[in-house]
Ligand binder design. Structure first.
Ligand SMILES: Cc1cc2nc3c(=O)[nH]c(=O)nc-3n(C[C@H](O)[C@H](O)[C@H](O)COP(=O)(O)OP(=O)(O)OC[C@H]3O[C@@H](n4cnc5c(N)ncnc54)[C@H](O)[C@@H]3O)c2cc1C
Length: 391
C-alpha cells in the first residue's frame, strides 16, 4: 500500500488528495497543515473580515469529506525538517512520517517590506484565518486604517474594513492603482469610483516608517506627511513558502521548480500551487493552484497528466465595481489594442500579431471568461469583435 504525504491543505494540496483517491482506492493519504481549520476558501477571507461570512461558512471541506475518502488530515502540525534519501519528513514535535510520494503544497506568505516599525502591534497582513481573526478583533478599536499596498488584495482588504465603517487610506508606491492589472486610464477610473465610496489614496508614495513603537500611532511617508492611525494592513505581495526546500534538497528559484508533470528534481517529490515555479513563473492564483493540484495528484498516483500553464486572470471582488483583467494589459501603450469606452465602461483588448494576449474590463465584465478562453487558445481578436466594438 502506497503512502502519500501532502504538506499544505490549501486548494493545491486538497485537490491533489482528491485526485489521488480517484486513482488509488487503497493508498494511505495524509495531509498535514499548521493551520487549525480544514480546507477553507482563502480567497473569501475578506468576507469574514467584513462580517459577511461566518468562520464555519469559510470551510469548504467538512470532516465528513475527509472521512468518506479515508484521508487523514493532521491540523496544527508544522513540518520543519526532512530527510529525502530516507523518505521521511519531520514535524516540529519531532514526529517522523514516512512517505512513498510527497507533495509540497505549502503555499505562500505575505511579503513584509523592510519598513521601520512594521513589526509593531497594530500592523497586520492578511494571508490566513489567524490573520483574519487578528484583523477583525483589532478593527473594533480603530476608526482609521492605513493600507500599505494598492494591489488587488490590498483594495479588497480595505473594502472589507470600509464596510465595517472604517475610514481607509491606501498608500501605493506606484503612481496608479493595480499597476499589474490596469493601465493609466483604467486606474484613473477605478480611483474615481473608489474615492466615491470613501477611500482616500496616496499614490506614488513611499512609506518611510510606521511610528509608535509598541503601539502604532501613524504612517510616515517620504516627504514628511504623517497619516495618524492605530492600525496598518500591509499588502505588498506574496512569496512562496520555501522553508522546506533546503532540507528536501529541492531545486528552487522564485519558487520550487517543477516540470510539466509537477515533479521536482527529487524522485517522488512533487510541488503544486503558490509554492511551485513552472517555466519561471510562480503563479500565486487560485485557478493555477487548483489545476496544478489536480495534475500533481493524478501523477503521484501513477497517472501521466501534463501542465501547460494557466492564463493569468484577476478580478476585483468589491461590490459595486466590476473589474477583471488578464494577461498583458499593455500599460505602456506599446502594443496593438482596441479600446471601447463610455462614461461607465472601459474595455481594452490587447493583441500581438492579431492574437489576443490581454484585456481590461472595467464597468462591464460580461464575456470575461470568453476572453480568457480565447487567450488560452490563441484565438484571433476577430473572435471577440462583439465584445470589443463601439455600439
Ligand atoms: C485574502 C486573499 C484573497 C485572494 N483572492 C484571490 C482571488 O480573488 N483570485 C485568485 O486567483 N487568488 C486569490 N488569492 C490567492 C489564492 O488564495 C492562492 O493562490 C491559493 O490559495 C494558493 O493555494 P495553495 O494550495 O498553493 O496554498 P495555500 O492556500 O496558501 O495553502 C498552503 C497551506 O500550507 C500550510 N503550510 C505551509 N508551510 C507548512 C509547513 N511547513 N507545515 C505544515 N503546513 C504548512 C499553510 O499554512 C497553508 O495552510 C487570494 C489570497 C488571499 C490571502
Amino acid at each position: 500500500m502506497k503512502q502519500y504525504v501532502i504538506i499544505g491543505n490549501g486548494v493545491a494540496g486538497t485537490t491533489a488528495a482528491e485526485n489521488i483517491r480517484k486513482s488509488d482506492e487503497t493508498g494511505k493519504i495524509v495531509i498535514i497543515t499548521d493551520e487549525d481549520l480544514p480546507f477553507y476558501y482563502r480567497v473569501r477571507l475578506n468576507e469574514y473580515v467584513s462580517g459577511d461570512l461566518a468562520e464555519q461558512d469559510l470551510v469548504a471541506k467538512k470532516e465528513g469529506w475527509y472521512r468518506e475518502r479515508a484521508i487523514d488530515l493532521k491540523l496544527r502540525t508544522r513540518v520543519t525538517d526532512a530527510r529525502p534519501a530516507e523518505k521521511v519528513i519531520i514535524t516540529e514535535e519531532n514526529e517522523k512520517l514516512l512517505f512513498d510520494v510527497l507533495l509540497v503544497a505549502t503555499g505562500s506568505h505575505s511579503f513584509i517590506p523592510p519598513i521601520k516599525g512594521a513589526d509593531a502591534a497594530g500592523v497586520f497582513a492578511l494571508r490566513n484565518i489567524r490573520d483574519a481573526r487578528a484583523i477583525s478583533s483589532a478593527a473594533g478599536g480603530n476608526d482609521h486604517v492605513v493600507l500599505i499596498g494598492g494591489g488587488l488584495l490590498g483594495l479588497e482588504a480595505g473594502n472589507a474594513l470600509r464596510k465595517l465603517g472604517k475610514q481607509i487610506t491606501v498608500v501605493e508606491f506606484f503612481p496608479r492603482l493595480l499597476p499589474r492589472q490596469l493601465d493609466v486610464e483604467g486606474a484613473r477610473r477605478l480611483q474615481t469610483m473608489m474615492e466615491a465610496m470613501g477611500f482616500s489614496f496616496r499614490l506614488g508614495a513611499k512609506t518611510q516608517e510606521i511610528e509608535g513603537g509598541n503601539r502604532t500611532k501613524g504612517v510616515v511617508l517620504e516627504g514628511g506627511e504623517t497619516i495618524p492611525t492605530g492600525m496598518v494592513v500591509i499588502s505588498a505581495g506574496v512569496r512562496p513558502n520555501m522553508e522546506l526546500a533546503a532540507s528536501l534538497e529541492l531545486e528552487c528559484d522564485k519558487g520550487v521548480k517543477v516540470d510539466e508533470r509537477l515533479a521536482t528534481n527529487q524522485p517522488d517529490i512533487y510541488a503544486a500551487g503558490d509554492v511551485a515555479e513552472f517555466r519561471g513563473m510562480p503563479y500565486g492564483i487560485w485557478p493555477a493552484a487548483l489545476e496544478q493540484g489536480k495534475i500533481a495528484g493524478t501523477n503521484m498516483a501513477g497517472g501521466d497528466m501534463r501542465y501547460e500553464g494557466t492564463t493569468m486572470a484577476n478580478s476585483l471582488k468589491v461590490v459595486g465595481i466590476d473589474l477583471a483583467s488578464a494577461g498583458n494589459i499593455d500599460a505602456e501603450g506599446k502594443l496593438e489594442s482596441t479600446v471601447v469606452q463610455d462614461e461607465k465602461t472601459y474595455k481594452k483588448l490587447v493583441m500581438e500579431e492579431g492574437k489576443i494576449i490581454g484585456c481590461i474590463m472595467l464597468g462591464n465584465t460580461k464575456g470575461f471568461n470568453r476572453v480568457t478562453k480565447a487567450m488560452a487558445e490563441e484565438q484571433d481578436a476577430s473572435a471577440l469583435s462583439d465584445l470589443f466594438s463601439a455600439k
